[in-house]
Design a protein around this ligand. Structure first.
Ligand SMILES: Cc1cc2nc3c(=O)[nH]c(=O)nc-3n(C[C@H](O)[C@H](O)[C@H](O)COP(=O)(O)O)c2cc1C
Length: 495
């Protein structure tokens, strides 16, 4: 029997992994093992075989495989040692270290690759000591706001309450981002472990994973993983059981905003709440609640297992650790790139993205989803870290990097993003609800050749109001893609 490894991740399946699995289901001499994904989506469907010593890092891989390639793979013809795939070899993976190697629902695999070590250590420590480790690590939330994780945990821990909650924000609404999905589909136990460590630190006994409805495979995998972890005893400690449930959203971008998410979780329309009070003090049903991003929770187990100091030794002054960047758009090599903070945008696009796709010429890159700023070629020297981005009036967000080529119509792109906000605004505050519609209309008039003199000034004015007076970051950030498009590609708006 020859064991072949094939990813079961949604992106790999979309790229043809499922067709291979069906074609080879009864192939003689083949044992097909479904794994998580390496995130090298330009190589999918990617088939792997054990190398000479059987170690995961010496596997032999075949990229972009078709069903008829099976005889060659079985004969060992044409494969490449995984270590020679520069896209993967040059990354420094921590959270995604096991991706492509382990079976998503195998507790044995998870354990064998370092799983539960962080939780075991956390359970041997006091809540204060766990929070101290997070403080030393300097971990900041990966969901967008980049808030220090330990501060929220401290507030929730210190709050006196009969019930506290841990909520994983798995709404992952930013276009071009998918690392949360990869974690949920590929190593769900890592998310569960991170949530259990948080529960132990703050004294919570209930948890929810708020999963966007567009991720049915993730929700399914999570439910199976929770059941398996529960059966194996991981959810119970010192007779206290942590009740963990998956809640599927209803397809709304603003429900990724933590307070709208809590409204939705409570069964109401996803409308933003005024802050303060912050959820750490008054969250789900008014109780202390940690709402954190999936990637944030998934980073926590390694911090507990390897120590906060180790985490703080990676990255830059204000941005410690690694970041899971998701490089997409018109590049040669779209995929997941986990590296320490500090590389420049140019390095990421060239070295990992492989430069522009065949025949395409660079025009702009947007970082941080639909609320993120656009950068032209002259700004690609910016280091990927929270401080440099905030000084540039930009956001790193959830690490989405979408590259546009020179055929992109910037007025249409700007209109598209403003129309997105107009559609997704929860409607609670006027600057966002009305401002986004009026801004979209101005851009539409510009497109149709019916704009009036002063319209761009009016747009700038409206943008300032939205930035200053909106209730949440949806309205506050919505003008940025439009304003940066005008700043860097102004001639297209002034025809
Ligand atoms: C419009 C909007 C959408 C958001 N969507 C998400 C999301 O999909 N996932 C996420 O983790 N955070 C999202 N956030 C940020 C959350 O409000 C919150 O800051 C985050 O969940 C906190 O987690 P962290 O501390 O781990 O970053 C969004 C914020 C806004 C304003």
């Amino acid at each position: 029997m020859t064991r072949l490894y094939l990813s079961n991740d949604t992106s790999a399946r979309a790229a043809g992994a499922e067709r291979l699995a069906q074609a080879w289901a009864h192939a003689p001499g083949v044992e097909l093992v479904r794994t998580s994904s390496r995130g090298a989506f330009f190589l999918e469907p990617l088939v792997e075989r054990d190398g000479p010593d059987g170690r995961p890092d010496s596997r032999i891989v075949w990229p972009n495989v078709k069903a008829e390639d099976l005889p060659n793979i079985l004969a060992g013809i044409g494969g490449t040692p995984i270590g020679r795939i520069a896209f993967l070899a040059e990354q420094q993976r921590v959270t995604f270290a096991n991706f492509g190697i382990t079976g998503p629902l195998s507790l044995d695999d998870y354990r064998a690759h370092g799983g539960w070590q962080g939780l075991e250590r956390a359970r041997s420590l006091s809540p204060e000591a766990v929070i101290d480790e997070l403080k030393t690590s300097k971990l900041r939330g990966r969901g967008g706001a980049a808030f220090p994780v330990w501060t929220k945990w401290q507030v929730a821990k210190d709050a006196a309450a009969d019930q506290k909650y841990v909520v994983a924000n798995a709404d992952e609404g930013d276009a071009g981002t998918y690392c949360d999905r990869m974690i949920m589909e590929g190593e769900p136990f890592r998310l569960i472990e991170g949530m259990l460590i948080c529960a132990k630190a703050i004294g919570a006994t209930r948890g929810f994973i708020y999963c966007r409805q567009e991720y049915p495979a993730a929700a399914r995998t999570l439910r199976e993983a929770i059941a398996a972890a529960e059966q194996a005893g991981w959810l119970t400690h010192e007779r206290e059981r942590f009740h963990l449930e998956v809640f599927v959203g209803a397809g709304s971008y603003v429900c990724g905003e933590e307070t709208a998410l809590l409204e939705s979780l409570e069964g109401r329309r996803g409308v933003v709440r005024a802050k303060p009070p912050y959820p750490a003090l008054s969250g789900l049903y008014g109780k202390p609640t940690i709402v954190s991003n999936v990637l944030t929770f998934a980073t926590v187990p390694s911090i507990l297992a390897r120590g906060g100091r180790w985490h703080a030794s990676l990255g830059t002054e204000g941005s410690r650790g690694t970041m899971a960047l998701q490089v997409g758009g018109r590049v040669k090599q779209p995929g997941l790139v986990e590296i320490p903070f500090g590389a420049t945008l140019a390095e990421v696009i060239e070295r990992f993205g492989g430069g522009m796709a065949s025949g395409a010429r660079f025009k702009a890159v947007q970082v941080g989803g639909p609320l993120g700023s656009l950068f032209p070629a002259s700004r690609l020297d910016i280091p990927i870290c929270y401080d440099a981005f905030s000084q540039a009036g930009a956001i790193l967000g959830h690490g989405g990097i979408v590259v546009y080529d020179d055929e992109t119509d910037m007025v249409e792109l700007a209109r598209h993003f403003m129309a997105f906000t107009a559609d997704e605004s929860c409607g609670k505050c006027t600057p966002c609800r009305i401002g986004s519609v009026r801004s979209r209309e101005i851009l539409e008039q510009l497109q149709s050749g019916h704009s009036r003199p002063g319209d761009l000034d009016l747009l700038a004015d409206l943008s300032e109001t939205m930035k200053a007076a909106s209730l949440c970051a949806l309205g506050q950030r919505a003008p940025y893609p439009v304003l940066t498009a005008i700043e860097h590609f102004g001639s297209e708006f002034r025809k």
